[in-house]
Design a protein around this ligand. Structure first.
Ligand code: SAM
Length: 391
């Protein structure tokens, strides 16, 4: 979330950091013969060890950072999410595994809520690529739920035979994507070259994986794409989901993110793609400014998520908007608690509910998809409205 506008300046340290990462990316471009895919660029900009946006020390989430997420602005989001997890944990039991836990805000609020619901899992596991954020997560948990810290375990890789609930809020949008242009009746890969004034877009013939992925999308929804149509494809999604499916022995996976079913994602009028960069609460569409200092994201094709999940042996058990998911998880009941709050807390809670559910805020842009293995009870988050037929 954030606005568009003039971007604030950088400190000398930030400039130096950006230059070091740019040097590393430039070297990768030279090694590759002068051109790299956008997915490779995005991977380095976000995750290059010690230098990428998520790997290094930028503040990232929260007021002093670049963007805020639902758990950051609205703890009631995490409490509803805990309610959904409690429904699964109260059945066959198990643990919680959070992927990409950011500042630790959701883990802290979820643990507190699961505690008050009497459904604390023996372990709450976190897997995050960012060592910097892991440190921050531990600090958040130590400050807010110190008595529950011993239940939290940080993992370096996916576990084996996991049973319980896997959750990931705004992680899919941070996975590197490939970019393509539809030009002259052909799929062209939009990659990155190093020019005199920094990195630039450059087209190249699409490789077989990108080419066949885009051809399949085009057959399904691109009949009226104009020449020069640009969009993104996440070719890393299927292996990512297959790894999660492989780690899951029994349970539910809940993925929350901004995105659309494929037909809307690849509609002709969305002809400039979905890339969005965040820097100090302002957004822009230029991933080549401030490498390592700004977040780069892309919207999620939820049809691709559903297909990859099915291919990996998971059942798609629900797909709905964030607003409907939260309403199904008793958002209204949690708002009733305002009776015991002071006026400022009451206003805060109402404001949180509005940000989470209004169509112009996060309510419709964000979706929740539920995937399951060996779990067939209905999930209340999908009971109000289930939009699986749109995928
Ligand atoms: C946009 S932040 C969202 C943080 C948090 N879930 C929230 O909602 O506030 C993305 C998070 O995903 C992590 N991440 C990105 N790719 C990941 C991956 N493949 N596996 C695990 N974590 C990942 C990042 O380090 C970061 O913590």
């Amino acid at each position: 979330m954030g606005g568009q506008g003039e971007l604030p300046g950088l400190t000398a340290d930030e400039v130096e950091h950006g230059e070091r990462l740019s040097g590393r990316i430039r070297a990768a471009i030279v090694d590759a013969g002068g051109w790299i895919s956008f997915a490779r660029y995005m991977e380095m900009a976000l995750y290059e060890p010690g230098l990428g946006y998520y790997s290094a020390g930028a503040r990232k989430l929260g007021e002093g950072g670049d963007f805020v997420t639902a758990p950051e602005v609205a703890p009631v989001f995490s409490r509803c999410m805990a309610g959904q997890c409690a429904e699964v944990l109260a059945g066959p039991g198990g643990e919680v595994l959070e992927l990409g836990a950011g500042s630790g805000a959701m883990a802290a609020a979820m643990l507190a809520e699961l505690d008050s619901l009497g459904t604390l899992p023996v372990r709450y596991r976190i897997l995050d690529l960012s060592a910097d954020l892991r440190t921050r997560q531990r600090a958040t948990l130590a400050a807010t739920v110190p008595h529950l810290l011993e239940r939290v375990e940080w993992l370096d890789r996916l576990p084996e035979g996991f049973e319980g609930v896997v959750i990931a809020n705004e992680v899919l949008d941070a996975l590197p994507v490939d970019r393509f242009a539809w030009r002259g009746g052909e799929v062209r890969a939009l990659g990155v070259v190093a020019g005199a004034n920094g990195f630039q877009w450059a087209e190249a013939p699409a490789g077989p994986e990108l080419g066949s992925a885009v051809e399949a999308i085009r057959r399904e929804c691109g009949a009226d794409w104009p020449d020069g149509y640009v969009s993104e494809v996440n070719t890393g999604l299927a292996p990512w989901l297959a790894a999660i499916a492989g780690a899951l022995a029994r349970g539910v996976v809940l993925l929350v993110d901004y995105g659309l079913p494929r037909r809307e994602f690849y509609a002709a009028e969305r002809s400039a793609g979905t890339l969005l960069c965040h820097f100090r609460h302002r957004f822009n569409d230029d991933p080549f400014t401030r490498p390592g200092l700004q977040d780069i994201t892309a919207w999620v094709d939820f049809t691709a998520v559903a297909e990859a999940a099915t291919d990996a042996g998971l059942d798609v058990v629900g797909y709905t908007t964030q607003a409907h998911f939260l309403i199904g998880n008793d958002l209204a009941g949690r708002l009733q608690e305002v009776a015991g709050l002071d006026p400022v807390q009451r206003v805060n809670l109402s404001r949180q509910a509005m940000v989470l559910t209004l169509p112009g805020e996060m309510g419709e842009r964000f979706k929740v998809i539920g995937l399951a293995k060996g779990y067939d009870a209905p999930l209340r988050g999908f009971a109000v409205r289930d939009f699986r037929h749109t995928l």
